[in-house]
Design a protein around this ligand. Sequence first.
Ligand code: AMP
Length: 285
Amino acid sequence: MRLILLGPPGAGKGTQAQRLVHKHDLIQLSTGEMLRAAVAAQTPVGLQAKDIMASGSLVPDEIVIGIISDRLDQPDMKNGFILDGFPRTVPQAAALDELLKKKHIKLDAVIELRVNESALLDRVENRVAEMRARGEEVRIDDTPEVLSKRLASYRTLTEPLIHYYSERRKLLTVDGMMTIEHVTREINRILSAIGAVEPKASKAAAPARQAKAGARKTAKPAGKKAAKTARKAAKTAPKAAKAASRGAKKAKKATKKTAGKTAKKVAKKPAKKAVRKVTKKRAKR
Ligand code: AMP
């Protein structure tokens, strides 16, 4: 599964990405994390990015595109990934499209976490407090001043991606104001709905599950689309069977009626002939 998580700073992208990684055995590709690691390791990229990041501005596109391109070539990407914090601009999204096309990788969905801006400052403040409590180093850009700059940059540069992916029919929007647990559940629900992951099993759905399992088995070699169609067919099959049986009953009734009528007609015909013959004979006499 290949996903992009989209949302402003503090929307919960990192938290949800970690949960998806855990559940679906994916790799999280967070450009922010990669850049922070580069800054800590003082690599040439890190040295270039350090001040830009501290100010809340965006690192130049070619740097992040280069990082992502290299990472996508690594063998651990095979089972899928979640992009968190990338792309952040329309040119980055276009570059990603090109990269994926060249590498023959298909993007399953872009999940937008929609949140009220007013809640974001509180969330980031909470994150800072939690990090401090855990004794972790606090991000240099997690201050109210830098956050407002990061938010402004999200609005002008990143938000147009909502339209970009919606036009390409990749966008799935989730209410990011729900609890962490609810957001996770909703993400998994929509991923099942689009066929990106197997739907969760329930006791009540046991017979349907068997039908679906059958559908999956038959459809496997034909790919996901065919599996989806087969699953749909498995769902509608009982309805179709009922309709067919109703139809068959009607047909039977109709046949009986027609057969009855025809039989009467057939029976009447020779009788009429016989009557005609008798009348002729009498007339002769
Ligand atoms: P994040 O952890 O996603 O909030 O990113 C932290 C900072 O890293 C951002 O404020 C940017 O300075 C930089 N950064 C992360 N991802 C990107 C990106 N895709 N394009 C440009 N800059 C980025």
